[in-house]
Structure formats: C-alpha cells, structure tokens
Design a protein. Structure first.
Length: 470
C-alpha cells in the first residue's frame, strides 16, 4: 500500500470515528421518535417477556403491505410450496387456496402448528402440492366464525427455467425497520428472495441491551421480528429461502460451542418454511445448511455458525469438517454453476473482522483448493458487514473468474462510509446505505451470465456490475 493511501486512510479513520458516533446517535433518536407513532400494544395485544420495553416500529403505509397476519412463502418449486403463518394461541383459523382461474378450492396437504408454553406466538406451517402448476392462487385465512382474517396471493415457481431474478439481503434489525426497502424489493418482482443472515437480532432485547438468547428469547425475538417486518405483510407472496448468521443463531460471533446450539437449529427450522420433505429440489446438510437446485444452477446455503469450530480448536474449520466434506462431495457430483452463500464474507480479511479468510487462512486456502477441483462456475454471496460491495476475485484462486457479492444491511446499524475504512484491492463498487441487491441470472447449465444491482429506498440504484462465470 502506498504512503499516499495510508495517509488517506488515517485521515479517513479520524473523520470516520467521529461521524459514526454522530450517526449512531441520530439513529437512536429516529427509533425513539417512531415509538410515539405506535399504539401501546402490538398487533397481538398484551405483553410478554420484557416486551413493554421494546420499541415498536410501524410496518408500512403502502396499501399492498397491510396484511393482518405475518405470512411468508418458503421453499417452492414447480409442483409444491411451503407457507408459514404467524398467529397466537387465542386464534383459531382454517386456511385454503382458491385458483384464480377456475375458482377450485384446495386444502393444505400438510398443516402443523408449533408454539411454546411461555409465549403467545404460534407458527402454523402449511404445504400445498398436486395443484395446477400454471395457476395463480388466492390464499384465504378464515376465523372461528368463517370471517375473513387475511388473504394473500401466491404461485408455484418454475425452477426449470434458465433465467431468473433473485433478490437478497442481510442484517434485518426490526427496531430500525424501513418498510420502503421491502416495498421496493417486492416491486422489482423477483422470482425468489434470499435472506442470508442476521434476519432476526435474537440477542438484542432492545437498542441498548445485548443478551445471549436462550430458547425462550429466541422464540420471542423471532416472533417480534416477523410481526414487524413489512415483507411478511405483502399481498403478493414471493418464495423466501433463509440462512442465519450470529444474531439469528443467538449470540454475537457464536460458533459450535454455543450452549443452545441444538435448540437454535430447531427454532430456525420451525420459523422458516424450507423442509426437504416437501420440496424435492431442496437438500438439507449439516446444521441449517442446504442446497437448492433451480434455474440450471445450485445454491449452497452454508451454515457458518453451528458447525464452526471454536477459537483455538485444531484443526480449525469455518464450516466444520462434516459440512466441508458434504459441500465438496456435492460440488463434484454436478457441472451446474454453483453459488456458495454464507452469512459472513469469504474474502474479507482486509476488514480485520469476522470472515472466512481471516478465521484461518490455512482452512480458507484448503477450502478454496477443494472448490477449485469441482471444475464448475462458482460465485459467492455474503452479508454481515453493514455495507454492500462486489469483488472481482483473482483467476488463480479457483483457476477461473469469480465474484463475491455482499449485501448488507437492509436496515440495521449503519456505519457511514464504512466501506472506505479499509482498502480492498478486489472491490469493484460499494455502498453503505440501507439496501438490498438483486441478481439477474441466465444459465446454460455450465456457465452463468449475470448482473447485480444494489438498490436503496426509492429504487435508487447504488451500483450495478455485470459478470460472467464459467
């Protein structure tokens, strides 16, 4: 690094430190100001845990995001779909789908509810299949007296097509909720949405209190987050696949030594609608990892928390030895382009914070060498760092061109100009505004051409980058 660059970064760090504290203070004031606009009780009424101390944030004023319940569509393919509904113990409802073409009524093929004795939140998991795949459907939720509680619209997903648009985001802190982010995301009409980590800040009780999440707190914070986020009120459902990072796992920078590891995995699998038993294009791996096959590509959601070895453990493994082997075996068995998705950055050592590259360079180099052996087009997606960027990776890493695309944060703590705090020679472009990205992908089964676009509130494009992976 030249002395000119070093001096520039030193000056920037001085400016950055002071500006960050000013901005953080403004964010807190913004959140507390939003408190005055909300009724004293949330949409479910009553209080639970230390809920009275939490800050409630308006969902959305947009007419297409006014659902009475939090409802989200999960893993979906051309023949099946999974849908979750968040309700309460004092609610009883029945659900069915109506074809918008011939008005035929379909009941769920599977339905199961989950709850905790110490919470009023109830998650009802539904699955539909054996329905005309080219129809559009109205999802109807009726109450005890057959009154309409809510309705949404959904479709099956043609996963056999080669062209797709996928929106992805991370770092979704409900107390800094920005409904316009989700309005804009739904507005670009993606085929799917990937939420790739810190989708729930389970270890943050409120803006000033961090506390390791035990099973009761995990359930409560997931319920509060799903009830607040505008995406889950959208009239039009879009299939969502999710992966976690440390905050939705339950503790900052946690690894496989987390005391509630198994409970956190169970909690995650309840709240997200992504069972491989329903959706055959989905294959589960260790922890919450999975592979989704669609659009002539494979999407590897890698669990960098419940499988990661603790600090000081040898041999060090970012994804755990079992998950590493599972990943390598699956990569060898196909020639389709693959995306390796992680809550943490892969090539993030330059930041001197959590990333695969910084965790253990020996393990990182071994992993990349094994990935290179697969002889397929590979791209990397990540989150976590509270700014978005796109990196062009050196050809010698995999023996062919590749990119890492990081999307963060949708709405969480923002460090102004955080992307400039450290020099990244791989960076093409970056932004630290609240944002999401979307990928426009075209695959021929061996290579993939694409464009990533970073968007902030008001559909304002922060950057675009075209790439070709082979």
């Amino acid at each position: 690094m030249t002395s000119k660059v070093k001096k520039s970064l030193t000056l920037f760090n001085l400016i950055y430190t002071s500006s960050w504290f000013v901005f953080f203070t403004l964010m807190i004031l913004l959140a507390f100001n939003a408190r005055a606009q909300i009724p004293s009780q949330d949409i479910y009424g009553g209080t639970y845990f230390d809920e009275a101390d939490a800050i409630e944030i308006l969902r959305s004023n947009h007419p297409d995001f006014q659902g009475n319940l939090a409802i989200w569509q999960g893993a979906t393919d051309i023949n099946s779909t999974q849908i979750n509904i968040l309700g309460t113990k004092d609610q009883a409802f029945k659900v069915f789908a109506i074809s918008r073409i011939d008005n035929k009524v379909y009941e769920p093929k599977a339905q199961q509810s989950f709850f905790r004795p110490d919470s009023h939140f109830v998650v009802t998991k539904l699955a539909f299949w054996d329905m005309p795949r080219n129809h559009h459907y109205r999802l109807v939720v009726l109450g005890k007296s057959n009154q309409l509680i809510d309705e949404r619209f959904f479709s099956f997903l043609d996963t056999t097509k080669s062209q797709a648009r996928i929106a992805f985001a991370s770092c979704i802190y409900d107390l800094f909720h920005r409904p316009q982010i989700w309005e804009n995301m739904v507005g670009i009409r993606p085929d799917m949405i990937f939420l790739i980590g810190d989708n729930v800040y389970a270890d943050r009780v409120n803006l000033v209190t961090n506390r390791t999440a035990d099973p009761a707190q995990l359930w409560w914070r997931y319920g509060k987050t799903f009830s607040r986020i505008a995406l889950y009120r959208s009239k039009n459902l879009i299939p969502i696949l999710a992966l976690w990072d440390d905050h939705d796992y339950g503790s900052n920078n946690a690894d496989s030594s987390f005391p509630y590891r198994e409970e956190a995995i169970e909690n995650f699998n309840i709240w997200w609608a992504q069972s491989e038993k329903i959706t055959p294009t989905l294959r589960k791996g260790p922890g919450v990892s999975m592979i989704f096959t669609a659009f002539d590509q494979e999407f590897y959601f890698l669990d960098g928390r419940s499988q990661r070895t603790p600090k000081g453990y040898e041999p060090a493994s970012f994804f755990g030895l079992q998950q590493e082997q599972w990943t390598f075996e699956n990569l060898i068995n196909s020639k389709k382009p693959a995306w390796l998705i992680s809550g943490n950055q892969y090539f993030g050592a330059y930041l001197q914070k959590e990333s695969f590259e910084a965790f253990s360079y020996e393990n990182f180099r071994y992993f990349m060498n094994q990935v290179a052996r697969s002889d397929r087009a590979i791209g990397f997606l990540s989150g976590d760092v509270h700014f978005s960027e796109v990196m062009a990776l050196e050809t010698q890493i995999l023996g062919r061109p590749s990119v890492e695309i990081t999307s963060s944060s949708a709405h969480s703590f923002v460090n102004p100009f955080r992307q400039h705090k450290a020099y990244n020679p791989r960076r093409i472009d970056a932004t630290s505004w609240h944002n999401f990205q979307y990928l426009d992908l075209l695959s021929n089964g061996h290579s993939v051409s694409g464009r990533t676009t970073a968007v902030t509130v008001g559909y304002e494009v922060q950057f675009q980058y075209d790439f070709f992976l082979q």
